[in-house]
Design a protein around this ligand. Sequence first.
Ligand SMILES: Cc1cc2nc3c(=O)[nH]c(=O)nc-3n(C[C@H](O)[C@H](O)[C@H](O)COP(=O)(O)OP(=O)(O)OC[C@H]3O[C@@H](n4cnc5c(N)ncnc54)[C@H](O)[C@@H]3O)c2cc1C
Length: 428
Amino acid sequence: MPKSEHAQAINDEIMEALSLKNRYAFVNTNLMTVLSPQQFSFLKNVQKFCMRFEKKNNITHGPNEDVYNWIPAFGAEGYITRFQNFEACDVVYDYSGSCADFLRYLAIDNFDTQFAMGAGATVLAVNPIAAHHENVPVRVEAIKDLVTGVAPGCICITEPERGSDAVHQLTTCDEQGDGSFILNGVKIFNTNAPKSKWAVCYAAAEQNNGNMMAQFLINTSWEGWNCERVYIPWVPKLYLGKETLVNLKVPKEYILGGVGKGREHLFEGLVPERIGIAFGAISQCWGALAHAGIYVNLRKQFDQIILTFQGVGFTLADLWAKTTNLTLAMLKFCETYDEKTEKFGGQIPANIQQAMVASASQLKYQATNLSSEVCYEAANLMGGAGLGDNLLTHDYLGISRIQEIVGGSRQIQQYIMSMAFRKLYKML
Ligand SMILES: Cc1cc2nc3c(=O)[nH]c(=O)nc-3n(C[C@H](O)[C@H](O)[C@H](O)COP(=O)(O)OP(=O)(O)OC[C@H]3O[C@@H](n4cnc5c(N)ncnc54)[C@H](O)[C@@H]3O)c2cc1C
């Protein structure tokens, strides 16, 4: 049970009722009719693992716990990602794909939302290495470290002067005679960077030239990687980084995409990134709803449980409907994605991938917006109890403030969707 160093503001009976077990039961009751037996059984397995892990390690989700310490245990269980298998390093799951990853995320986010987001950022480093490892041993080793929880990873796209405009990078890469590159520049807001062993980083052979971008795998122990922590108060347990790269030498075998390939690799990574952020955002909605749904059924004012006041009950009903509907949409998207991946032997054709760019933006756009509404309104329905630091509602309030910005802001998603609309029109 979440516990702060401060006074308990909620009575024991309600604290008890808000256990992880009961919150999972709330989510499961909602989803059992729509999930297939395989999906439901996987969800319950991840939940069981989280409940045992919480109990065994006496986790309170209090302010002094370091969520990065939990990574090895989740990695060993195969719970860092389930989006794909990694045959190159013999990591093959009994159940994987986008549905599996959605359900994995849901269970882990309900356990601890900041921890879930940290693991999500590691996966942003995994995806490009998995797509471009070409069986090079150091790349395969990096994938294994990341997906089995040996070490977290990070992706370094954003720069202090280049955020939304990610294709006009100022960080430079200069090719050397031996095929290695020297990187110079500054990156910022890179989730996990101060804790990472592996980073995937973009740079350009000519500043501001998107056609001359390249993509690199970096071992953060190398000379020239200088990382300071950036602190985002909404997610106090996550370590973000600002990295100053000074003559950082990247050997040839660590180049995931040479000059000219960087932009393509960047866009290829943004689709799974946005889908992953959407998984997180809708999971946050369920986490917040589970708290509010249990709380308003127990809390009494004016000698009545507060759910029976229309102002409370109808607000909750509205949040519940929106969360359920978007979950159904997301599951449908995932099922279709998995079917197509299987049908086309793991490689979805370019025209279908293109359609997925719009879908990924649509889901990211709406789910992150909904998270900001649901997490706030759910806490609001719980009065002071929802706003204090006794419960994870406090973590949901925080994390839901940042979702629209990470992985491309609301306006950028709108821009992408409007351009996709133009393409669609031209296809008529
Ligand atoms: C918690 C957190 C985690 C992050 N993790 C990572 C990470 O792991 N790796 C990484 O590389 N980056 C990461 N980022 C960076 C994130 O992707 C950027 O913050 C984001 O892309 C926005 O860039 P910016 O902050 O420079 O804002 P800006 O690009 O300066 O945008 C400021 C405002 O202007 C608007 N705007 C900009 N351009 C346009 C336009 N063309 N049309 C309309 N409006 C526009 C934006 O929507 C926004 O509201 C993270 C950020 C945060 C806060």
